[in-house]
Design a protein around this ligand. Structure first.
Ligand SMILES: [Zn+2]
Length: 719
């Protein structure tokens, strides 16, 4: 992802990184009404201050027909601003070039801030059609800037004087990121090299698309058809009914069909008693796009890996992973390998204990076979049921949405001294949305928090945080943040408030962790504030926040039965905590094995086309992966890295979890509401955004680097 200071780019980045488990968005085929009445430009509400409290976008005034003209004008404005920077007769300086770029594109930031939030949270066919129209306009616009040779000349001129400019840390980082952003787009290459990069990009685009198409075809093609009802033993009625419906769809009326799609295979491998069928379906899943047919991905991915090395080396990097990791916290593949090396043996050891446990169960049942990969989900589920069964209906009454939200606010209040005041008179984009003003203890206004909790047809799935306006300070003028948390909880019914599962309640804490990152931001440059941090860092403040929910002191504040007011019994909490650590040997090992495959493929330093099967086998053998576990993704269906945006980046989840666990350990050492620790966390992490190298920020907070023991303990891999 390009990473410098142009509004649509930083916004796209913010959208990409703050979305937790966001599915792909689909575009609709509806034409935009192109002709606008002439007076729209005059009345377009984007072209004047909102005039509302806190300059909240006045949603009621925005009509669908305002967006396209607003985008057009916003793009034209930034084009003029960039042209003026280039045309400046003065020699390039930090202020007239780097800061001027950073300060450009205000209108675009404001229009895109509203539009892209709504296309996720409250969309319709018209907005989808506009998105389809403006997306190419925006990417052409950002290309015009990031590939502008004259602009780069000025940026480079400033960059070459960087050591004599007396810049602050944030300024030095802004300069570095601007320069590196251009370089990573090929700015330093000659014409011939640029042409070669274009060719490589085109080939890569074709191959990654092909990888995805092959995988989809293979996922759709595989099926296990069952005609004997006895073979469905162990499965629930709803799973059986779904399999019958799939059978009808596929022309097997009266039979049952299971496929390698998750909702079908997951319950089957977990619950079906028939071992042979579990094996068939499991192998169907793990051999997708690996069947020596027209949809085989082995050659496709080997070529992708090879082209990526060529491209990285043209740009001056040793490998694709070196290129990708340069602007992440990890910086180098060696740093990621080092971390994985530390965690791997412990995870594997725990997995071996889990296997031994399951083998005992098989032996006791007189199974007379060795646990295989297709037995793992089935026997793990048996053990989970026996030792950790929790009835969700028992916990939900303690997690009413309203009291959980108050629990989140109270936690933030106790940590950071902030206060929360609900307002009911501010404009919102939907009646579901609630608005809260956030204040310092001394009454200073911080920002606005929007909470959009309920599932709706126009909202995409999942949960995420985003900003309508980020905190920043431009030419001495402060912009206060407008931050939103969007979730998909069920609505209350006539008889019952919205009651959350334990995971849903945890998500509310998680998203508010992102929210605090945006709200408590205190920086100068928009491209560095709030959640504008590297991908392997951005989940860290939200992961930390989840920990408070599990503390007895915090649960006592909010986890009260919605009818009786009784606080959740500690015994139930202990059970939930124990269950959360179950099967973590498997979960960590299968995830890490996929991470290792990703890194091995992308750390290659030559472009020789590898034999995929052998490459994968050698890699896993070298690391000593046990036969009972497969990588979460094997190479031929590892879409994250071969057709998605995660190449050399699949490690990010565990990387930010290391930070999250270690940071909470600081609170456990000093007291979970210790004010000095909270103050340091706020100052160096939440308020600092991406204004400094993340490892420096972390050291300032913690006094040392993050260790892995807190992570191992939180996953139950270590006592
Ligand atoms: Zn998150």
């Amino acid at each position: 992802m390009k990473k410098f200071t142009i509004a649509p780019l930083s916004l796209a980045l913010a959208l990409a990184i703050s979305g937790c488990n966001s599915p792909e968005q689909k575009q609709a085929n509806v034409e935009v009404q192109a002709e606008q009445p002439i007076d729209v430009a005059v009345q377009n509400p984007f072209f004047a201050p909102w005039g509302t409290p806190h300059e909240t976008p006045d949603f009621a005034k925005i009509k669908t027909e305002h967006y396209v003209p607003a985008f057009e004008k916003a793009i034209a404005e930034q084009q003029q601003e960039i042209a003026a920077i280039i045309a400046n007769q003065e020699p390039a300086t930090f202020s007239n070039t780097i800061e001027a770029m950073e300060y450009s594109g205000n209108l675009l930031d404001s229009v895109a801030g509203v539009f892209f939030n709504l296309t996720s949270a409250e969309t319709n066919d018209e907005l989808k059609a506009i998105a389809k129209k403006v997306s190419p306009m925006l990417s052409a616009h950002s290309d015009d800037i990031s590939l502008n040779a004259d602009l780069f000349k000025r940026v480079k001129a400033v960059y070459l004087q960087k050591d004599t400019l007396n810049l602050t840390t944030a300024q030095a980082k802004l300069l570095e990121d601007s320069y590196v952003g251009f370089v990573r787009n090929g700015a330093n290459l000659n014409a011939e090299q640029k042409e070669k990069i274009r060719e490589l990009n085109a080939q890569l685009a074709d191959l990654t698309l092909k990888f995805g198409d092959n995988l989809l075809a293979e996922t759709n093609a595989f099926e296990v058809v069952i005609s004997d009802k006895a073979k469905l033993s162990g499965l629930s009625e709803s799973v059986i009914a779904a399999a019958a419906a799939t059978a009808t769809e596929r022309g097997y009326e009266g039979k049952w069909v299971f496929t390698t799609h998750r909702p079908s295979i997951t319950p089957f491998t977990k619950y079906a008693d028939d071992r042979e069928l579990r094996k068939q379906l499991y192998l169907g899943y793990t051999n997708r796009a690996n069947n020596d047919n027209e949809f085989d991905n082995k050659k496709v991915l080997a070529e992708i890996a090879s082209l990526r090395v060529k491209k990285a080396q043209l740009m001056g990097y040793k490998s694709h992973a070196h290129f990708v990791l340069e602007d992440r916290v990890a910086k180098t593949p060696a740093a990621v390998y080092e971390l994985l090396n530390k965690i791997w043996p412990t995870a594997l050891e725990k997995a071996n204990v889990e296997v031994a446990d399951m083998q005992k169960l098989v032996d006791a049942e007189g199974g007379n076979f060795k646990i295989a990969a297709w037995d793992y989900p089935y026997y793990a589920e048996k053990i989970r049921k026996e030792r950790y069964a929790i009835d969700e209906e028992q916990t939900r009454p303690y997690f009413a949405l309203e009291s959980t939200l108050q629990g989140v606010f109270k936690t933030a209040q106790k940590l950071f001294g902030i206060t929360v005041k609900e307002r009911t008179d501010l404009p919102t984009y939907h009646d579901d949305v609630r608005t809260f003003e956030i204040y310092e203890a001394d009454g200073t206004y911080i920002g606005l928090f929007l909470a959009d909790h309920y599932v709706r047809p126009g909202k995409r799935g999942g949960a995420w945080m985003n900003s309508y306006r980020k905190q920043y300070n431009m030419n001495g003028v402060d912009s206060t943040p407008i931050i939103v948390n969007v979730l998909n909880y069920p609505r209350p019914t006539e008889n019952e408030p919205t009651l959350l599962t334990f995971d849903q309640a945890s998500t509310l804490f998680h998203e508010f962790g992102h929210g605090l990152h945006g709200l408590l931001s205190d920086g100068k440059y928009r491209s560095q504030t709030g959640t504008s941090t590297p991908r392997d860092f951005v989940e860290f403040p939200s992961q930390v926040m989840e920990n408070w929910m599990l503390q007895p002191e915090v649960l006592a504040m909010f986890a009260k039965h919605y009818k009786t007011g009784e606080v959740i019994p500690q015994e139930l909490v202990n059970k939930i905590q124990a269950a959360s650590k179950f099967n973590q040997g498997f979960a960590t090992t299968e995830y890490m094995a996929a991470t290792l495959l990703d890194l091995n493929w992308h750390s290659l330093e030559d472009s020789e086309i590898r034999d995929t099967a052998k490459f994968e086998q050698d890699a896993l053998k070298e690391w000593g992966l046990i036969g009972e576990i497969d990588p979460r993704y094997r190479s031929t269906y590892f879409a994250h890295i071969f057709s998605g945006g995660y190449s050399a980046g699949y490690y990010s989840y565990i990387w930010s979890d290391v930070f999250g666990s270690d940071a909470f350990a600081a609170f456990q050492e000093n007291g979970i509401f210790d004010q000095a620790t909270a103050k340091a966390f706020r100052k160096h992490i939440l308020s600092s955004g991406g204004s400094d190298d993340a490892l420096n920020l972390y050291r300032k907070f913690r006094g040392k680097d993050a260790g892995i023991d807190p992570l191992l303990r939180s996953r139950g891999l270590k006592d």
